[in-house]
Design a protein around this ligand. Structure first.
Ligand code: GUN
Ligand code: ZN
Length: 444
């Protein structure tokens, strides 16, 4: 188990053990007793079956958090008693306004990058704040610590609830250009910019149009929020009376493409989902946030029936947990709650939710040519999981002959244990592009 150096070939490391991942055909594929060769660029070069028995320890692909607000990490846990729009005015805007201060930003951004990485998030799609300089700092920290990330400078030229926290339209345009140029200029191998209109209610039409053109001209990712809460959907109808739907607002302003990811999407009509499918835009399902803020419950199977790409997000701090294991848990819970309300609803299997957290997230971010599973040619972004660490959260009864259990159902048991009660203690090592980034070294 673990890396060994390789001489005489172009491989840099060989990892051996059990590998659990998703493919397009199988939600969970288990490769027991397998060696994976990783080259000097951190990419998977080949898989080979060998004969080594490993018990409750396995590799799985790193998880993709398709929607998280790095700037909201310091007030995680506040979204339990207010609906979305009140919560934004009460907690979010006053704290995000503090991110003009580089010292404060550095402290919180370092914490969130390390915490999420330790919890197995090898790729994060981050909202920062409206401040360019400190958003660049978030990108620098992700690069240094070794997390793959899309980083967004938030754009908002309208904010009736908190007029101290917004930009003029020209400022938002200028700063977005500056942010993209400066971040691309850094040449970070793992970190890229993402255009980030906060959501339709906080942006005017000219700003949205500019952002759509900028995304297209530079072939850059876009992220925002959509149809999270009923009051928000009504507000969008009032603010954009010429648009047929919330989705139509983003469509009309050129913001939907295969590089677009929209968080929540609880109240989309079939027509809106069709637009998502046609444009290739994706959804970040954020179940913890949706329940905490009492926003809604997304029916993931309906989204999948429309062949819309979908991943999972923690949505810190609308969601109170910075862990993708929690997002997996909450996605299963939400799907079961929908089945309780309507027994005809198709409940998601835990295998399908595992796929959402890994391959699904990579597809949602249009990064599935690079990450998401252990296919040859992709980056080795991986977690080494030990389900039964001493003093960990999971006590496994070992009385049966483990070899017998292995042959019957152990890997599915182990995954179920991890998804129901595992935490960062079970994630013993984390790799991004073949580099071990957890445990942290002293320099990160
Ligand atoms: N909609 C607009 N901004 C936000 C935010 O910061 N969090 C959530 N959950 N929804 C939003
Ligand atoms: Zn959000």
């Amino acid at each position: 188990m673990g890396p060994s150096s390789d001489t005489g070939t172009s491989l840099k490391s060989v990892f051996w053990g059990t590998f659990v991942h998703s493919t397009c055909n199988e939600a969970v594929q288990v490769l027991e007793d397998t060696a994976v060769g990783v080259d000097h660029e951190g990419k998977v070069r080949g898989l080979l079956c060998i004969d080594v028995y490993t018990s409750f320890i396995f590799f799985m692909p790193g998880m993709v958090d398709a929607h998280i607000h790095a700037s909201q990490y310091s007030f995680t846990g506040t979204a339990l008693d207010l609906p979305l729009l009140e919560w934004l005015n009460t907690y979010t805007f006053p704290v995000e306004a503090q991110f003009e201060d580089p010292e404060f930003a550095k402290k919180i951004y370092s914490q969130v990058v390390r915490r999420t990485l330790r919890n197995g998030t090898t790729t994060a799609c981050y909202f920062a704040t409206i401040y360019t300089e400190t958003t660049l700092l978030l990108a620098e920290i992700a690069d240094r610590v070794g997390q793959r990330a899309l980083v967004g400078k938030v754009c908002m030229d309208r904010n009736d609830g908190a007029s101290y926290y917004k930009e003029s339209t020209e400022e938002s345009m200028r700063e977005t250009d500056k942010f993209i140029t400066q971040l691309l200029g850094k040449g970070y191998p793992l970190v890229s910019p993402i255009i980030t209109p906060r959501f339709a209610p906080s942006c005017t039409s000219p700003l949205l149009e500019f952002l759509g053109k900028t995304a297209k001209n530079n072939d850059i990712h876009v992220q925002s929020h959509i149809s999270e809460n009923r009051d928000e959907v009504n507000l969008v109808q009032q603010l954009f009376p010429d648009c047929k739907s919330y989705t139509d607002v983003y469509l009309k302003h050129g913001l939907l493409s295969r590089k677009t990811v929209m968080a929540h999407a609880c109240y989309l009509s079939d027509k809106e989902l069709e637009i998502f499918h046609k444009t290739g835009a994706s959804i970040a399902h954020c179940p913890n946030s949706n329940i905490s803020l009492c926003s809604g419950m997304l029916d993931v199977s309906r989204v999948m029936k429309h062949k819309v790409k979908i991943g999972l997000g923690t949505d810190v701090a609308g969601g109170y947990a910075p862990s993708m294991l929690d997002a997996i848990r909450r996605a299963i819970d939400t799907s079961k709650a929908l089945t309780i309300l309507d027994p005809k609803h198709q409940t998601l299997t835990f295998q399908e939710v595992f796929r959402l957290a890994t391959l699904g997230g990579s597809q949602a971010l249009s990064l599935d040519d690079q990450i998401g599973n252990f296919a040859v040619g992709k980056n080795f972004d991986a977690l080494l999981v030990n389900v039964s660490v001493p003093d960990g959260p999971i006590d496994i009864c070992n009385e049966e002959d483990p070899k017998v259990r292995v042959q019957s159902y152990i890997w599915f048991d182990a995954l179920k244990h991890l998804f129901s009660s595992g935490d960062d203690r079970n994630i013993v090592e984390v790799y991004v592009a073949g580099r071990r980034v957890v445990p942290f070294d002293n320099t990160s």
